[in-house]
Structure formats: structure tokens, C-alpha cells
Design a protein around this ligand. Structure first.
Ligand code: 5AD
Ligand code: SF4
Length: 452
């Protein structure tokens, strides 16, 4: 019987991508994915450290898995419990101490070693020894070399990591510490992976990186390529009809990259470009290296090149020192710029980051009030955007079956989730195709339409 792997992913798309690669490497060792930890021989928690809530969730999940592990043990079955990802990187030793049930702790740059670590853990257990493994090495190079070997599953959309880590050191953020410094994969390596994805039927590829628009990979002839060159080349691959990239920093939104939104038709009219705050004083304290004027200029340039660009962003409220007036400037920026969708968070103090030690931390109830206000505004804007496409025909990439019979799920060019009535059409014929959909309704979270 095949061994079973249960993997839970927390946090960002980078983690989703990493989890998929872990499933790939363990499949080569004969492991099959399961959706319940009760059946699993190996449980991996791929964790996120970005905010306190996400990190604490891991410990409560470890408690839940411990019970399952104990029950299995009583039945004579072993389970290996592994904690990977950014909490593992940041608090590896603490996890080991706080949760003795955890067998392995490994950081985001080491999961290509997962098979070896699991094997070691199992053999230590078999010998009746306590198996505790900790690997939080931060060198990225080897990881990507090891991971490109696996064939890919047939599916219409895929992530492709082209860059990892960050050198920007925003004062609130753990990423430079958990993911390490900025690293760009070589152009040829990216192209090889991309061709494999296209051959597996991928129509829409999302290029990933913590700072994806800071990409600067080396080409075969030793030249340095930026994201604009890479997107232009990827767009020429047969089969790729849509290209997205995330997450970007306003600082690296160069004119060349902005132009790609006008010249490369595969580059989708959607951009996630976090601004974080609307007060220049707060942005400075965040060490964001952009201000509201440069950000607004970038947005104006983008909209000149790509008038229908749907904009997304991230916001933090209650950063240390943020006054009511600073917060009002964030609200004003949102009103002025307008977003198709956005993510917003209360500032969460992360140990080891400069903002954690800043004076004038904002009270929790003030943060909550500000977040409620901001989210209400963002929700109205998302609703307005979704309503603005009613009556239009949008091209929708069909990804999956819908919630009810006779419907399918897909995404518009603007990243909207679309519920499509397909009538008697055969879903299998539609899957992976880009079809015209007449939009009939727009709601707060999705839009609905019929095949045009
Ligand atoms: N507190 C709150 N939000 C944070 N983010 C990053 N660090 C923190 C923090 N300490 C948010 C930022 C970032 C997104 C991924 O998470 O908005 O863009
Ligand atoms: Fe974190 Fe700032 Fe780097 Fe984004 S740019 S990953 S927020 S340090």
C-alpha cells in the first residue's frame, strides 16, 4: 500500500507553490496525497509567519494532530509530523521545545531534502530513538535545481516561482528573515519549467516571487534580464494565453514593466501592487521606499497604458505612530485610486522586526475600528467593480466545475471569480478553454454569467 501524505498550507501563494513541490518530491518516494491527517503516515504543516494569528494557528493545529498521532501509536502505527515554512524558519528551536510531538522542523529553502529527512526520522523511530530533525538553511540555489525534475499534472493554471526572498526590509515584515535575501532563478531554468507547464496544458501561468518585479535573472549568454524581458519571452510559448505576476513592489514598477501591460497581450490587466498606507509619514516609518506621489504616478502611468487595469493591493492599519489623520489619508488614497479588490490587515508586531520596538504602538481597539472602516470602503469598491462588468462579455478561463450542476468556475482577465451557467455544454470540453461569457450579475465576491 502506498504511504500517505497530508499537507496543510498556511499563508501566501509562495507556500501553495512550495506545498505542490513537496507533494511532487514525496510522490517520487511513493507517497500519495490524502485529505485527512487520520490516514497520513506523514503530516506536513507548511506555515506562515507574517502575522501573529497565522503563527499561533500552527501551535493549535499541532495540538490537534498530536491527538491523532497518539491514537495511531496506540494502534501500532507511526506518523511523522513535520513543520515547514516560515514559522519553522523563524522559530525552529522554539517549536522543538514547545511541541515535543513534532519530529521535524525545516525552513522554506530546504524542502528538497524532505525525503532524506523523513527517511532519517523513520529509521530513528524504528530504532526506538527520539527523532528530532531541524534544518533551517537559507541557501535557495540547490532547492530549485532539485525540484525541476518532476513531470507536472495536467491543469489549466499554474504558479511558477521565479524569485524568492527580499532585501527591502520593510520595518514590519518578517520575510527578509524567513525567506532570506533576494534570489532570482536563471532565465533558462524558468523557461524550462515554463515549457513543461505549457506542455501539460497550462493556459494561465502566475509568476511568483516575494518581490517578483525585482526579478533579475541571468540568461544563458550572461546577460541580466528583468521581468519585462522574461514576460515577453514567456508570452511566446505556445499554449500560454495568460500571464500574471505577484507580488510586486511599487519601487520596482519600471517604465518597461508598465509598457509590457500595453505591448504583451498575454499580460493580464490585473495587478497586485501593495501600497500599505496613504500617509507619507507612515510609509517612511515602514521603510517602503515609495511615497503616495510616486505610487499615484505609477498607477496613472499604468492606467494610461492599460486603461482597464484592475488594481489590487495590501494595506496595514495601526502601524506604530499612525494617527487618525494618517489613517484618514489612507482612506483618501483608496477613494482616489479605487481598487477592484484588496487585502487589509491590522498591524501585527513581529518579534525581531524594527516596528515591534517602535514607540507609540496603536491600541488594539483603535486598529480594529480603522480596519472595519477601511474594509467597508474596499468592499464597496470591489462591489462597484464587479457591477461595472455587468452587461459586458468577458473572456473567462474555465478552471473547474461550479457549485451547482450546469455551472462552471473560471476567472475573468481581472481575476474575478466567475460562476458560468453552461447549460447543456460538456464541462470536459470547456475545461482549460477561454470562453466568452456574458456577465449578468455582480456580487461582493464574484460575478455570474452565461456562455455568450
Ligand atoms: N502586520 C500586518 N500585516 C503585515 N503584512 C506583512 N507584515 C505584516 C505585519 N507585521 C502584510 C502586508 C503585506 C502582506 C503580505 O501582509 O500588507 O503586503
Ligand atoms: Fe516584506 Fe516589504 Fe519585502 Fe514585501 S517588500 S516581502 S512587505 S520586506
Amino acid at each position: 500500500m502506498k504511504k500517505k501524505l497530508f499537507i496543510k498550507t498556511y499563508g501566501c501563494q509562495m507556500n501553495v507553490y512550495d506545498s505542490e513541490r513537496m507533494i511532487d518530491v514525496m510522490a517520487m518516494e511513493g507517497y500519495e496525497e490524502t485529505d485527512s491527517p487520520e490516514n497520513a503516515d506523514l503530516v506536513v504543516l507548511n506555515t506562515c509567519h507574517i502575522r501573529e494569528k497565522a503563527a499561533e494557528k500552527v501551535y493549535s493545529d499541532i495540538g490537534r494532530i498530536r491527538k491523532i498521532k497518539d491514537t495511531k501509536k496506540k494502534n501500532g502505527e507511526e506518523m511523522v509530523l513535520a513543520v515547514g515554512g516560515c514559522v519553522a524558519q523563524a522559530e525552529g528551536a522554539e517549536i522543538m521545545k514547545r511541541a515535543p510531538v513534532v519530529d521535524m522542523v525545516f525552513g522554506p529553502q530546504t524542502y528538497h531534502n524532505l525525503p532524506k529527512m523523513v527517511e532519517k526520522s523513520i529509521s530513528l523511530k524504528a530504532k526506538g530513538e527520539k527523532s528530532r530533525i531541524l534544518d533551517t538553511d537559507l541557501s535557495v540555489d540547490e532547492k530549485f535545481d532539485q525540484l525541476s525534475k518532476k513531470a507536472v499534472k495536467k491543469k489549466p493554471t499554474a504558479f511558477l516561482t521565479i524569485q524568492e526572498g527580499c532585501d527591502k526590509f520593510c520595518t514590519y515584515c518578517v520575510v527578509p528573515y524567513t525567506r532570506g535575501s533576494e534570489f532570482s532563478r536563471k532565465v533558462d531554468d524558468v523557461m524550462k519549467d515554463a515549457i513543461k507547464l505549457a506542455e501539460a496544458g497550462v493556459v494561465e501561468v502566475t509568476l511568483l516571487g516575494q518581490n517578483v518585479n525585482a526579478y533579475h535573472g541571468t540568461s544563458a549568454d550572461g546577460e541580466e534580464w528583468g521581468l519585462p524581458e522574461l514576460i515577453t519571452k514567456l508570452a511566446k510559448i505556445d499554449g500560454f494565453e495568460r500571464i500574471r505576476y505577484t507580488t510586486s513592489h511599487p519601487h520596482d514598477m519600471t517604465d518597461d514593466l508598465i509598457n509590457v501591460h500595453g505591448t504583451v497581450k498575454e499580460c493580464m490587466p490585473y495587478l497586485h501592487l501593495p501600497v500599505q498606507a496613504g500617509s507619507d509619514k507612515v510609509l517612511k516609518a515602514m521603510n517602503r521606499s515609495h511615497n503616495t506621489a510616486t505610487y499615484k504616478k505609477t498607477i496613472a502611468d499604468l492606467r494610461k497604458i492599460c486603461p482597464d487595469l484592475a488594481l489590487s493591493g495590501d494595506f496595514i492599519v495601526g502601524f506604530p505612530g499612525e494617527t487618525d489623520e494618517d489613517f484618514e489619508q489612507t482612506m483618501e488614497l483608496v477613494r482616489e485610486v479605487t481598487y477592484a479588490q484588496a487585502y487589509s490587515f491590522k498591524f501585527s508586531s513581529r518579534p525581531g522586526t524594527p516596528a515591534a520596538d517602535m514607540d507609540s504602538q496603536v491600541a488594539e481597539d483603535v486598529k480594529s475600528q480603522r480596519l472595519t472602516k477601511l474594509q467597508a470602503l474596499l468592499k464597496t469598491q470591489q462591489m462597484d467593480f464587479n457591477k461595472s462588468v455587468v452587461g459586458k462579455t468577458l473572456s473567462v478561463l474555465i478552471e473547474n466545475t461550479g457549485k451547482t450542476p450546469g455551472t462552471a468556475f473560471g476567472r475573468s482577465p481581472y481575476m474575478q471569480a466567475v460562476q458560468v451557467s453552461i447549460g447543456d455544454a460538456d464541462f470536459d470540453q470547456l475545461k482549460g478553454k477561454i470562453v466568452d461569457v456574458l456577465i449578468k450579475e455582480g456580487g461582493p465576491f464574484n460575478i455570474q454569467g452565461v456562455l455568450a
